[in-house]
Design a protein around this ligand. Structure first.
Ligand code: ZN
Length: 520
């Protein structure tokens, strides 16, 4: 196999995926995902959009400093201040990349940029040249390429390559194209752009019509050698092409595609679960490759076949994506070294583990639950706990009364900067009563937009995870709370929001205004 037969996997979970979440991830959360992406051996990590906010800049810079292995890439519009910020943020990486982009379709040129074709070509040339003067590895994207006139797209690609872009990306920004049409676009570029052999052609497909994966792999068949994707397919609107789907198609159907990629597929499940947990974005059970039913056979005929020979109804093994069967589960009798080993096998680095504080939490959960599954461990590691440093408000006591024929009431006691306040409230249910009682103590005007309860592990004593989305005058916040008691989980999630608002009130003036969103 030569480089010609190798497809680069460009992961944009931390840029395209992250920008679609209701609230930004913290630097620590992004580092954790980036570390797992490095374990997965992605070729490029798009770590963020540095100019969009001071927080994004710091995230990209920290990932560039700490993550070894993949190329670390940042996004920049085709303007000087974006490119300079991106160059500065990615600079600490051993292999940095600047990814600059410009809208090229008629609608983008006329409605958004108000530029002629010639002016756009000049902007492409200037942006790529400036980026190349700051960084040896430059990628250019023709935003909305799927709706760009073919002749003009050819000129854009030629211009970007001529001025030093070594990767040119063809995004289907709005998820409008179909496999045959996309194949024709890639064929045209391969046949009509004179210097196309001097760059890697990349694709970035959105899933608005459910075609992101199909479009991406069809482009590979027609010569694209970099696929942009995200874990679990998260991203703007209906999301991006899912990394696990693209990679497993290339692996399972190597007979058809004849190309390789460098991904360690046994890390896929771990990456999928980490992203679900950190981003509070569950995947549907029937999701290809990583859904909880993806390897479950329910029909009797299928089960019988699989028992006789797995390959009758199984085109890939659960082991190939890192889904291990029959493994030992942890209980309250498991020692701290076993907990440490399991956490490390789940992708946590030694330096992230503070067993002295974590182990008692593990024991408390194991005593309540009996068996502690991997999902529980990850939830326990990722859940914002009330003891977290930096929380202004601490819930010290919660008592609720509910049931048939009883008015639901809640009493809470909350500590804040040395003072303790207690309030009680009644509501439509115990959760409603609890949030009202917390409101009385804290006094923030919070509007609850979404409340979601999930069982995150197996068994009767499964942990419940409550995820809420709330709107306050400071913006939109997500809160997550985990407990074997759903009222307690709800209270924790609500307190998570309260503390995020408190943090925003303290620090927001220093961090500047709201962040911009990248449109790719
Ligand atoms: Zn995108």
């Amino acid at each position: 196999m030569t480089m010609k037969d190798h497809v680069l996997i460009f992961d944009t979970t931390l840029r395209d995926g992250e920008q679609a979440l209701p609230a930004s991830l913290s630097v620590g959360q992004k580092i954790r995902i980036a570390r797992q992406l490095a374990q997965l051996k992605v070729d490029v990590i798009e770590a963020g959009f540095p100019i969009s906010s001071p927080g994004d800049f710091v995230s990209v810079e920290t990932i560039a400093k700490e993550i070894k292995g993949p190329i670390i890439c940042g996004l920049a519009r085709a303007v000087e201040k974006d490119i300079l910020a991106c160059a500065a943020a990615t600079k600490p990486a051993p292999r940095p990349r600047i990814h600059t982009f410009l809208g090229t379709s008629t609608i983008h040129r006329e409605k958004k940029l108000r530029r002629t074709q010639e002016e756009c070509l000049a902007m492409v040339a200037a942006a790529v040249k400036l980026a190349r003067s700051k960084c040896p590895d430059v990628q250019f994207s023709a935003e909305d390429a799927g709706r760009t006139e073919r002749d003009f797209l050819c000129k854009v690609v030629e211009t970007a390559i001529k001025h030093g872009a070594s990767t040119v990306n063809i995004p289907d920004t709005v998820g409008y194209t179909t496999p045959e049409i996309f194949a024709a676009i890639i064929d045209d570029l391969m046949n009509r752009v004179p210097n196309v052999d001097q760059a890697v052609i990349a694709v970035h497909c959105h899933n608005d019509l459910g075609l992101a994966t199909s479009n991406s792999i069809t482009a590979v068949k027609h010569g694209a050698r970099q696929v942009e994707c995200t874990i679990n397919g998260i991203g703007e609107r209906a999301g991006n092409a899912a990394l696990e789907e693209v990679v497993m198609i290339l692996n399972v159907r190597r007979d058809h595609f004849g190309v390789t990629c460098g991904i360690d597929t046994t890390e896929i499940m771990r990456a999928s679960k980490l992203v679900r947990e950190v981003c509070s974005m569950p995947v549907q059970p029937n999701k290809a490759v990583v859904g909880s039913n993806a390897f479950a056979h329910s029909s009797g005929i299928h089960q019988d076949g699989v028992l006789k020979a797995r390959s009758t109804y199984e085109i890939m093994t659960p082991q190939s994506i890192g889904l291990l069967e029959n493994k030992m589960n942890l209980t309250s009798r498991s020692g701290s070294h076993m907990v440490r080993n399991r956490l490390q096998s789940l992708g946590y680095a030694e330096k992230d583990l503070d067993l002295e504080t974590f182990y008692p939490k593990f024991k408390a959960l194991a005593d309540k639950k009996g068996t502690v599954y991997d999902d529980d461990l990850v939830a326990l590691m990722e859940a914002p706990t009330l003891e977290d440093i930096g929380d202004t408000y601490k819930l010290e006591y919660l008592n609720v009364t509910g049931g048939m024929g009883v008015i639901p009431t809640a009493t809470v006691r909350i500590a804040c900067e040395g003072k303790v306040k207690q309030e009680a409230a009644s509501g439509d249910g115990v959760v409603d009563a609890t949030t009202k009682a917390i409101d009385r103590v804290v006094g923030f005007p919070i509007e609850l937009k979404d409340y979601h309860l999930d069982a995150i592990s197996e068994g009767r004593e499964a942990q419940g995870r409550v995820k809420i989305v709330a709107v306050a005058s400071e913006g939109t916040f997500t809160g997550v709370g985990t407990s074997t008691d759903i009222v307690e989980a709800s209270a924790k999630a609500y307190m998570d929001v309260v503390n995020k608002i408190a943090r925003m009130r303290k620090y927001a003036p220093k961090l500047g205004g709201k962040r911009a969103r990248a449109p790719l």
